[in-house]
Design a protein around this ligand. Structure first.
Ligand code: SAM
Length: 285
């Protein structure tokens, strides 16, 4: 594997901070990331941010059908020169049309992305289990901890619950700053995600579920009653906790996934009941 510093020199360019470019220097890390996706020649793979192409080269060796999305025009040009047959979309992965880019189900995603893009992209892609089945993504270590944190873990937050409701998550690899060029200031972790084909949100929509979870975690050190009470009427918040069979004096971080499902369903049931009690709008009478 050519060292990224050497390759950048060849291309007469340098790592761009605005695109969060920290290139992998370790062959072992590249192998472990790609093998975590379990690619076969029958698979469709999407790589986001191929950069200088170290993961790309390894993915190509698996024989999987590969598409790549790269935002940096110069690196995209260099990749095209290296592999004229590579299907490469020059775009921002946060804005590409996912249906057009990845037609059909079962796509496997591999990405070492800038830390500020990794989390929004994770949430965007987790919303599409009809397209994606597996993802192997790099995060800043602390974000990785938050994503994996179970009930009562100090890092447990709304991101933990939102992700765990949609996918099985497993750690793949931890990497020190020296595994990249240039070295970032933080440690990194690679996580694997198996998307649930039909996530269980307790019978409510994903939007309602996420809203209740975010409301619950709004004030971390407060009780559920106080956190939910700032988004709902206090009486409604207490009634929702009662209906869900959850002590309203508990804190959001102590709830497990089944409890979040019950709470989301209870909040929604309360909202539906109070809308019915108000009667239909006058125009419908
Ligand atoms: N995959 C290479 C590696 O592991 O060495 C490069 C990783 S580097 C951390 C991130 C790559 O993602 C860069 O090539 C960067 O230009 C690209 N990138 C950054 N933001 C992006 C976005 N929003 N959409 C697509 N690519 C992006």
């Amino acid at each position: 594997m050519i060292h990224p510093a050497t390759r950048l020199k060849e291309l007469e360019t340098r790592a761009r901070r605005r695109f969060g470019q920290n290139f992998l220097v370790s062959t072992e890390a590249v192998d472990r990331i790609v093998s975590a996706a379990g690619l076969t020649p029958q698979d469709h793979a999407l790589e986001i941010g191929p950069g200088l192409g170290v993961l790309t080269e390894r993915i190509r060796q698996t024989g999987a059908d590969l598409r790549c999305i790269e935002i940096d025009r110069d690196l995209a040009a260099a990749l095209r020169e290296l592999w004229p047959d590579l299907v490469l979309i020059e775009a921002d992965a946060m804005h590409v049309d996912l249906d057009a880019t990845c037609p059909g189900p079962g796509w496997k995603v591999i990405a070492n992305l800038p830390y500020n893009v990794a989390t929004p992209l994770l949430l965007r892609f987790l919303a599409r289990p009809d397209i994606f089945s597996t993802m192997v993504l790099m995060f800043q270590r602390e974000v990785g901890e938050r994503i994996q944190a179970g009930p009562s873990h100090p890092s447990r937050g709304s991101l933990s619950v939102q992700v765990q409701a949609r996918a099985r998550v497993r750690p793949v690899l931890s990497l020190p700053p020296g595994a990249f060029h240039p070295a970032p200031k933080v440690h990194s972790v690679v996580l694997g995600f198996e998307l649930l084909a039909e996530p269980d949100f307790g019978g409510v929509s994903a939007r309602v579920f996420d809203r209740v979870v975010r409301m619950g975690f709004q004030h971390r050190r407060k009780t559920l009653l106080n956190s939910l009470g700032s988004g709902l009427m206090r009486g409604d918040a207490q009634a929702a906790c009662d209906r869900a069979g959850i002590d309203s004096r508990r804190r959001a971080e102590t709830l497990d996934l089944p409890e979040w499902r019950r709470l989301a369903a209870a909040v929604e049931a309360g909202r539906v009941a109070s809308a019915a009690a108000d009667g239909p709008p006058e125009s419908e009478l």
